[in-house]
Design a protein around this ligand. Structure first.
Ligand code: PLP
Length: 412
């Protein structure tokens, strides 16, 4: 008899996006004339930067010539890209990251999901709530959580750190010991960030409690304000307690290209059951080289192009385009009298549903009255109930149209 991994059976199912698609389909069937605009997508819409396209063409031509053809590359990524990441991302933040602490991958989703493999199954995890679901689900699969409490919408043995308007979306330090702390900053879905002082408290907690921070900075390039750290390694001591995830997806339109990386400083360590200190960098190196065979050469050349001066100029133009959409949405919500958060250092706007409506109730109302699709906050965790996510990744014309409809058609 072949046994299955029963931890998978604890997962309540990926209900959110399937349910959205189902409701939108039903609405369109009933209202074939309605022009539905989606402000729900978490995917980019603008094309790759010209510099990236040139780098791709050049790399493709190299693959056509036996003298420049490349087969398997180093699993950790080519030196040209690891060095470019250090020089363009970390040096300007005075973060002392070295190329051999960087592991290039096919994206942050894989890395955020796979990293838990190098940690003991008895560790207690803490996650901010609401948040990107991958952190929790992958720990459920690994058996690091208890069973699912359907009524409360939580897994037992997981420490949820609610981030709501009342605490300014700043997670409180837990009142019991935790071992692995997931922080997503800028946050998906709330669009909020933590200041240097707030993040410093977490680094201190991790140092004092021998805990590890798993820091997802996939949206770091959207940070516009000064006092928000671009990387956790701007915080003193973080190089001893934090692993950072990065992605070219939202930064440079690479969602379909697939490239990200994880920084595992050589100074970050966990412990064996016997209490012996164990550096995490060699463990992740072992995992990565055993289970991953490298990101495609042409994609790494494209990522390298993103990190050139010209590439940086071009991607910032696109980011500004999305952040202008975010501004349009924020201003429209203000005029409609709807309270919102985020949208200043992130492409996500997190609105408080009017009259304490449930997230799904608001979803239906927005769809029926304004023909707009968004994402119900409750899909990101129990503390997301009563909130709703809009994204700035659409095109500007549609964003303006959608905002006009919110102001004129939505009855609150
Ligand atoms: N981390 C967060 C917080 C995200 O929102 C996303 C994508 O939506 C990812 C990681 C995944 O990024 P990638 O495309 O690099 O896998």
């Amino acid at each position: 008899m072949t046994l299955v991994n029963e931890n998978y059976l604890k997962l309540p199912g990926s209900y959110l996006f399937a349910e959205i698609a189902h409701r939108v389909k039903a609405f369109k069937e009933e209202n074939p004339q309605a022009e539905v605009i989606s402000l729900g997508i978490g995917d980019v819409t603008q094309p790759l930067a010209p510099t990236v396209i040139s780098a791709l063409h050049k790399a493709v031509d190299e693959m056509a010539d036996s003298t420049t053809f490349r087969g398997y590359g180093p699993e950790q990524g080519y030196d040209f890209l690891r060095e470019a990441i250090v020089n363009t991302i970390y040096k300007p933040c005075t973060a002392a990251v070295s190329p051999d602490e960087i592991f290039v991958s096919d994206g942050a989703k894989s890395d955020c999901g796979n990293i838990q493999e190098i940690f003991g199954v008895d560790n207690i995890i803490a996650i901010t709530d609401p948040v990107y679901p991958v952190y929790l689900d992958t720990n459920v699969m690994a058996g690091r959580t208890g069973s699912y409490d359907k009524d409360a919408g939580i897994f037992r043995n997981v420490v949820y750190m609610p981030c709501i308007a009342k605490n300014n979306f700043v997670p409180a330090i837990p009142d019991k010991h935790v071992d692995m702390i997931y922080i997503c900053c800028p946050n998906n879905p709330t669009g909020t960030t933590l200041s240097k002082q707030q993040l410093t408290k977490w680094v201190q907690y991790a140092q004092e409690n021998n805990a590890i921070i798993l820091y997802d900075a996939a949206y770091a390039y959207y940070i516009m304000e000064e006092n928000v750290p671009r990387t956790i390694y701007e915080i003193e001591g973080a190089e001893k307690v934090a692993i950072e995830f990065r992605s070219f997806s939202k930064t440079a339109g690479f969602t379909g290209m697939r490239c990200g990386y994880t920084v595992v400083p050589k100074t970050v360590a966990g412990y064996t059951k016997a209490g012996v200190k164990q550096a995490l960098n060699p463990l992740w190196n072992r995992r990565h080289t055993t289970k991953f065979n490298g990101t495609a050469y042409i994609i790494q050349r494209a990522a390298e192009a993103v990190l050139t001066d010209q590439g940086q100029k071009e991607i910032k133009k696109t980011i500004n385009y999305y952040m202008n959409n975010a501004r349009i949405i924020r201003e429209g919500l203000s005029q409609a009298g709807i309270e919102y958060f985020g949208g200043i250092n992130a492409p996500y706007i997190w609105l408080k549903t009017p009259n304490n409506m449930k997230s799904w109730e608001f979803f239906d109302k927005l769809l029926r009255q304004a023909h707009i699709v968004g994402t119900p906050g409750s899909g990101f965790g129990p503390a997301g109930e009563g909130y709703f996510r809009l994204t700035a990744f659409g095109d500007t014309k549609n964003t303006i149209k959608a905002v006009e409809r919110i102001k004129t058609k939505l009855k609150i």
